[in-house]
Design a protein around this ligand. Sequence first.
Ligand code: T5A
Length: 210
Amino acid sequence: MQRGKFISFEGSEGCGKSTQIKLLVSALEGQGHSVLVTREPGGTVVGEKIRELLQFTPEAENMTDESELLLFAASRAQLVREVIEPALDNGQWVIADRFLDSTTVYQGVGRGLGIETVGAINSFAVGETLPDLTILLDMDAADGHARAVASRGEDQPDRIEDQPLEFFQSVRQGYLDLAQKEPERIVIVDARKTIEEVEQSIRGIFEERF
Ligand code: T5A
């Protein structure tokens, strides 16, 4: 059995990851691939409990940045071993809506915990499981925020979405720095374009890579 491909989507809020993942899944399935989509935090019983704690538990408002980092890592450690590795071994393609780069930039840069510290914890959490390709949907943080607010409607922002604009600006810069360090794995796509144009760019990258 040929091992499946592992692709992650990254970017700050409202950049269009979920929208593009849906389109990509239907294209890949149309080519005969079996595809599994994961989201982070979450994706397992343990991970969904952690998601609730991280995002929607008002009593957890005094959570320290260090605890936040370890909880994201714990959710991912479970997801990798329980879901991602078995699926890849089974020949499935795995599309991850966020993976370890989110922790590097949100906790390492945004929260200021440092990318070396976060890198060590990320490595412990995921072991050898790294994406073959990462699509970074890049756009101005304020525009992404406006999209996210519009699509949220009446729903309240979660604990992280509620951060000030500067937080998301540093997250964006963190992603761009990461892409510069790992140009083979991380490909930047201009997320300001229309949904169809972004989809075409991603298709082009897939045709070239796989
Ligand atoms: N987090 C996560 C950490 O801090 N550390 C970590 O390690 C991890 C894994 C996750 C939160 O946790 C943080 C990051 C996040 O703050 P989430 O609920 O999963 O929270 O939220 P996000 O991943 O940020 O997802 P969003 O729903 O905000 O953004 P998406 O998925 O990127 O955007 P999408 O596709 O839902 O689109 C948003 C809106 O824009 C429109 C869509 O129709 C939708 O209305 N849209 C476009 N409009 C115009 N042009 C385009 N090209 C468009 N593409 C989409």
